[in-house]
Design a protein around this ligand. Structure first.
Ligand code: IMP
Ligand code: MG
Length: 178
């Protein structure tokens, strides 16, 4: 796997430090609110597990899966629910946990969908953001790191279902996907 990586962007130490900072912030912001954390599968799952281990207040967990890229590196812009949430979010404080915001179309869709269920609030927590790639206005409440437009893998993020188990985030060599 390591031979397919052009450059390590964020190593384990940098990621863990940032994840702890975000967890502390969430613990402070949601004291006595018992928020529902909804992780977007599969990419968000490694970030989620490290994050919640560092959150010091009670939280409820749920998961959602959407159709995404297939095996290419470009978003289709078409989002479909593959696994819906189980929890009733009406009146609840919702925190969406994502791996990366690229075009922003996935999160826009989820945000609009959740809004119909009348939660008390919705906030977005993403490990990575590609601000130059946004195709819709998206407000990120908790952000790990901004990255450029290169395709990145590791720490949950995949290319064709590979590389999710790398403990760091790296730029994938272009020859792998071109
Ligand atoms: P968006 O709808 O274009 O914002 O796409 C968001 C989803 O695309 C993320 O949740 C990722 O699953 C995937 N994605 C976008 N950029 C990358 C990347 O650089 N590496 C791996 N997955 C990515
Ligand atoms: Mg994803």
């Amino acid at each position: 796997m390591i031979n397919d990586i052009k450059e390590v962007l964020l190593d384990e130490t940098a990621i863990q430090k940032k994840v702890k900072e975000i967890a502390r912030q969430i613990s402070a912001d949601y004291n006595n609110k018992f928020p529902v954390i909804i992780c977007i599968l599969k990419g968000g799952v490694i970030f989620l597990t490290d994050l919640i281990k560092n959150i010091s207040i009670p939280v409820e967990l749920d998961f959602m899966a959407l159709s995404s890229y297939g095996d290419t590196t470009k978003s289709s812009g078409v989002v479909k629910i593959k696994k819906d949430i189980d929890v009733d979010i009406a009146g609840r404080h919702v925190i969406i946990v994502e791996d990366i915001v690229d075009s922003g179309l996935t999160l826009k869709y989820i945000n609009d969908y959740f809004t119909q269920h009348k939660p008390a609030s919705i906030k977005i927590c993403t490990l990575l953001d590609k601000p130059q790639a946004h195709k819709t206005k998206i407000h990120i409440d908790y952000l790990g790191f901004e990255v450029g437009n290169e395709f990145v893998v590791g720490y949950g993020l995949d290319y064709a279902q590979k590389y999710r188990n790398l403990p760091y985030i790296g730029i994938l060599k272009e020859e792998i996907y071109s």
